[in-house]
Design a protein around this ligand. Structure first.
Ligand code: COI
Length: 355
């Protein structure tokens, strides 16, 4: 159990007036959680302090060698004013899997969840009130040694910041266009694809920019060895409904094990769907589209929630999906997941943790 020292701001910021214009991750709440690590001593100085910049030496290792990991979670406000989290234990465990791969110290999952709850509690007035908006929570950890040698640092800082946010995509729940990336790759076996490390996202930015210039929302990554099998999209996992059954890439090291992905799979199985967590070739997906069997495509993620896809472009071929509309199953998944998260539907699975 952490002993968290709380110092409240004397200058609270003005909260966003118009929650329909929040966007994603653009403004931040009044406080942040910080905790430092020193090798031989462990984690220490857990504290909640006013949100603000901190000073760092230019030779701090994270600036040079990117020893950094993060998580993405949300706090939801229910109609009767309660604040709740969704499966925070899954984020805590995934954080430690990322930490292990990046050679960073783990945080006991119960301490991770305690820190998130404590910060959200202090900033509970920042949890938006309107439908579809929530408090996005960004825990992250960086190496803070000073020096240019390449090795695991002996000092780290763990921080949590919060951003009242709306939909991740400007399109909201309108279906998005996705470009299937055939030049760059995101991950390969043995690398860091399964972690949430900043480096994975840094390596994805150029392809994302090029796709945006061509009018796409994101890229769909293929496997890094054969560039043949679908893996994930920049900010979400992706699922395909083909002939009544669901296909999604397996989490075997190169794909992020999404908390939303896992929850959606559980819901689908409860509803009697056959879910194939297996490698699917992009050529087979385009063929299914040609044959009229590709019924729905949707992304899943904490930020993206459940996002319908209306178009896939691969090597000059275009697959149009669900007539450009959100599919029936995609809508049902969105309604059910957000219903549980915002407390409109009963939490029969024990996914909800009150703050
Ligand atoms: C999330 O869904 O929480 C993520 O971390 C995706 C992010 C890169 C926008």
């Amino acid at each position: 159990m952490l002993d968290i020292k709380v110092t409240k701001t004397t200058h609270p910021k003005e909260k966003p007036q118009d929650e329909s214009k929040l966007g994603f991750g653009k403004q931040f709440s009044d406080h942040m959680f910080l905790m430092d690590y020193t090798a031989g001593e462990g984690w220490h100085d857990a504290r909640i302090v006013p949100y603000g910049p901190w000073e760092m030496d230019p030779a701090t290792t994270v600036f040079h060698y990117a020893q950094e990991i993060f998580e993405g979670m949300k706090a939801y406000r229910t109609a009767d004013g309660k604040i709740q989290l969704f499966r925070p234990d899954c984020n805590a465990n995934r954080f430690n899997d990322s930490a292990d791969r990046l050679g960073m110290p783990p945080i006991p999952p119960e301490d991770f969840v305690q820190a998130v709850k404590a910060l959200v509690d202090v900033d509970r007035d920042w949890v938006p009130h309107s439908d579809g908006a929530s408090l996005y929570i960004r825990p992250f950890c960086i190496a803070t040694d000073v020096g240019l040698g390449v090795h695991a640092a002996k000092h780290y800082r763990f921080a949590i910041i919060c951003a009242p946010s709306g939909a991740y995509y400007a399109e909201g729940l309108d279906p998005v266009r996705i470009y299937v990336e055939d030049e760059y790759i995101r991950a390969a076996p043995g690398l860091t694809g399964f972690t949430k490390c900043g480096g994975n996202y840094a390596a994805s930015i150029k392809a994302g920019e090029l796709a945006e210039e061509r009018g796409f929302s994101q890229v769909l990554w293929l496997d890094g060895v054969e560039k043949k099998y679908v893996e994930e999209v920049g900010s979400m996992n992706i699922m395909f409904k083909i002939d009544g059954e669901i296909y999604t890439a397996p989490c075997v090291g190169t794909v992020l094990p999404g908390v939303t992905r896992r929850s959606i799979i559980e819901l689908l199985k409860d509803w009697g769907y056959k879910v194939h967590e297996e490698r699917v070739a992009i050529a087979d997906i385009m063929k299914a589209a040609d044959e009229g069997k590709l019924e729905e495509v949707f992304g899943t993620g904490t930020a993206a929630v459940v996002s319908p896809v209306k178009e896939l472009d691969w090597e000059g071929k275009v697959a149009h999906i669900s007539g450009g509309h959100i599919g029936e199953l995609t809508q049902k998944l969105y309604d059910t997941l957000t219903g549980i998260q915002w407390g409109k539907l009963p939490d029969t699975k024990g996914w909800i943790v009150p703050v």
